[in-house]
Design a protein around this ligand. Structure first.
Ligand SMILES: Cc1ncc(C[n+]2csc(CCOP(=O)(O)OP(=O)(O)O)c2C)c(N)n1
Ligand SMILES: [Mg+2]
Length: 671
């Protein structure tokens, strides 16, 4: 539908949609950067969605049963900022719009979770939002089944662009959603045929509608500027009984001289272009000004959900106390009372039985104890369930036949799994964990980085954490992955040495509220090194003295995970030669670095030779070898300097020199 027809046939709608367009033009011009074209193109779709379909209440932006609105095409951030401002979300004021993209403002270049209520997830890296949405929809389905439709029953709406659909992660996400028949998930595709380099056809001939249909979706189309047609498609999509995709045919940068070109994708700042565009809209207000009657219509939209929300609150108030308290607790992120005891019991039994166990199996033991007492855990794996040991007997399997199931077969989709877990954590009420091989953190990295940036407590169960996995060879043996995880801000990377440390790491991961955790777990069996029980969680200190030197302390060995055993053996060798040697277990460098100086000094005093041993690259260790009172001439590292190789683990440790003998020799050469 062209502008003249729209203005004539739907004058009220037109004015509302143009508020988004003109606010976008004004904010981008003021910031002298940003993306004008996408909000200008999708303004009609967004207006109809908020006016007729979205269940929301700006006065209670975190209402658990609200519909979720996800702007996967995050570059069009002015679309969501306009919507939040216009409908009355308190965090986004007109000053925030005027301060678009400036220091300290909530209106960042791309929408950031935590900046303003109403922003459900951080988007900008294309494809992430649509992949998050699958997790949102899974959480909704699961909680609806387990808590009842009076408590949880809402939709997840996504606006995604050509870029989101081109990204590989979109295929992982939509295949998972199609299999799971997530009928409350609706994707609105901004089908404008344009990306940054030019026409989509420069690089893509995919029939997107056929692709979605092939993956189990219902597919619809609409004229993305005609409010009646948009409403019709949304109504049909909601009734589809499957996840639904609506191809919304739109014009990028509608009404400007840049319309339908890649120039329209970015910042339209030229004064004449903006004036001409506003003239084409019939818009006469000053920059950032909205005629009172139009603003009133937007505010009325913002009030539409208040009664529904009040009714929801009444039905929650009428729940039995236990269920109401459960609902409050799971959405608060607080761990249940039973967790502490479950962990303590595992630790106590481990110290007594001293099992020889791979830490991936240790992790399974912990989960077997924890899942029955944690309503909110949802586990899964990217087709490595038997290797990652993530499935425990009581979970059931989430599927269209069993919505109460708490285990998800994610398929071979590491990136999609990680992004879906982000979505689940953001939805709230569930606490996701999921596994793959440590080496394939690379495949999940885009979403893992966003867990950290958003500050959400997703747990990554990464098994087969070194050359110790053996015969699968260097394609599967991580060497640089611990370094990358440790280099990522706001990420806790745990590499526990035995069942006790694994239980402690899980306790920390499951009580974290703002930080994701990576558990790096061994394939191979490891002895119990924490043989005397302590109620205190020593892993919470990040590093601690596991074995003290007898006599004068001349050396400190630091190690994690499977190499703690090697460090302890090296200590025996050194002590036998009269060289007093302390062993520090360092299951979490980030937590150790966060300890007070007095504690760190106690664990790593100046003076003794320091040798770190870890079957991975040296990089993260320099902080504790050279820093923290260390000295270059007295510091050594035993680990990997190359990729691994295919052979039994024992042989690999020998060939790559990660042995107790070599650790002892390194100490002696430094003394
Ligand atoms: C993963 C990722 N790669 C590249 C970019 C840079 N980028 C931002 S928008 C964009 C083009 C997206 O095209 P489309 O989704 O069609 O948006 P439109 O131009 O229609 O607004 C690109 C390449 C990005 N944000 N994320
Ligand atoms: Mg496009």
């Amino acid at each position: 539908m062209d502008i003249a027809t729209l203005r004539e046939k739907h004058p009220d709608h037109w004015k509302k949609a143009c508020t988004i367009r003109t606010l976008t033009l004004d904010a981008v011009q003021a910031a002298n950067s940003g993306h004008s074209g996408m909000p200008m193109g999708m303004a009609d779709v967004a207006t109809v969605l908020f006016e007729k379909h979205l269940k929301f209440d700006p006065k209670a932006p975190n209402w658990p049963d609200r519909d979720r609105f996800i702007l996967s095409a995050g570059h069009g951030s002015m679309l969501i900022y306009s919507l939040l401002y216009l409908t009355g979300y308190p965090d986004i004021t007109l000053d925030q719009i005027k301060g678009f993209r400036q220091w300290g403002m909530r209106t960042a270049g791309h929408p950031e979770y935590g900046h303003a209520a109403g922003i459900e997830t951080t988007t900008g890296p294309l494809g992430q939002g649509i992949a998050n949405s699958v997790g949102f929809a899974i959480a909704e389905e699961n909680l609806r089944a387990r808590l009842g439709a009076k408590v949880i029953n809402h939709h997840t709406y996504v606006i995604a662009g050509d870029g989101c659909l081109m990204e590989g992660i979109s295929q992982e996400a939509l295949a998972l959603a199609g299999k799971q028949q997530l009928s409350n998930l609706i994707v609105l595709w901004d089908d404008n045929g344009i990306t940054i380099d030019g026409k989509v056809s420069l690089s893509d001939v995919t029939d997107q509608k056929a692709r979605f249909a092939a993956s189990g979706w219902a597919v619809f189309s609409c004229d993305g500027h005609d409010p009646v047609d948009i409403d019709r498609a949304l109504t049909a999509a909601k009734a589809a009984g499957k996840p639904a995709m609506i191809a919304c045919k739109t014009h990028i940068a509608l009404g400007s001289s840049a319309q339908d070109t890649s120039k329209g994708h970015g910042a339209l700042t030229d004064a004449k272009l903006i004036a001409d565009t506003k003239a084409a809209y019939g818009w006469t207000s000053a920059p950032f000004e909205i005629p009172a009657d139009i603003k009133a219509q937007w505010e009325a939209m913002g009030k539409r959900g208040a009664a529904t929300r009040a009714a929801w609150e009444a039905s929650v108030a009428a729940l039995p106390t236990g269920k109401r308290e459960l609902l409050t607790r799971i959405f608060s992120g607080d761990a249940p009372k039973g967790l502490k005891k479950a962990i303590l019991d595992v630790k106590k039994a481990a110290a007594a039985d001293k099992p020889k166990l791979a830490t991936r199996s240790a992790s399974e033991k912990v989960l077997t104890a924890v899942n029955p007492v944690m309503f909110e855990t949802i586990g899964g794996s990217a087709d490595l369930t038997g290797s990652n040991n993530t499935k425990t007997p009581d979970l059931g399997v989430f599927s269209p036949d069993d919505r109460k199931g708490r285990y998800i077969y994610f398929g071979i989709r590491e990136h999609g799994m990680a992004a879906a877990m982000n979505g689940m954590a953001l939805h709230g009420g569930v606490r996701p964990y999921g596994g793959t091989f440590m080496c394939f953190t690379d495949y999940a990295r885009g979403a893992m980085r966003l867990s950290a940036l958003m500050g959400i407590p997703v747990v990554y169960v990464m098994t087969h954490d070194s050359i110790g996995l053996g015969e699968d060879g260097p394609t599967h043996q991580p060497v640089e992955h611990l370094a990358i995880c440790r280099a990522t801000p706001n990420t806790l990377t745990f590499r526990p040495a035995d069942l006790v440390e694994t239980a402690e790491a899980w306790e920390l991961a499951l009580t974290s509220t703002k930080t994701p955790s990576v558990l790096a777990l061994s394939r191979q069996n490891l002895p119990t090194v924490r043989t005397s029980h302590t109620a205190k969680n020593l892993t919470a200190q990040g590093g601690y003295v596991l074995a003290e030197a007898t006599g004068k302390r001349q050396a400190i060995l630091m190690a994690t995970g499977s190499e703690v055993e090697i460090a302890l053996k090296a200590r025996d060798l050194l002590e036998a030669q009269g060289i007093g040697t302390r062993v520090v277990s360092m299951p979490c460098m980030e937590l150790f670095a966060a300890q007070p100086e007095v504690y760190r000094r106690k664990v790593l005093p100046a003076g003794p030779v320091r040798v770190a041993v870890e079957a991975a690259v040296r990089m993260p260790w320099d902080r504790f070898l050279l820093g923290e009172r260390g000295r270059e001439g007295k510091a050594g590292f035993i680990g990997m300097t190359s990729f691994g190789a295919s052979a039994p683990a024992e042989r690999l440790y020998k060939e790559f020199g990660i042995t107790a003998e070599n650790v002892a020799a390194e100490v002696k050469s430094l003394l």
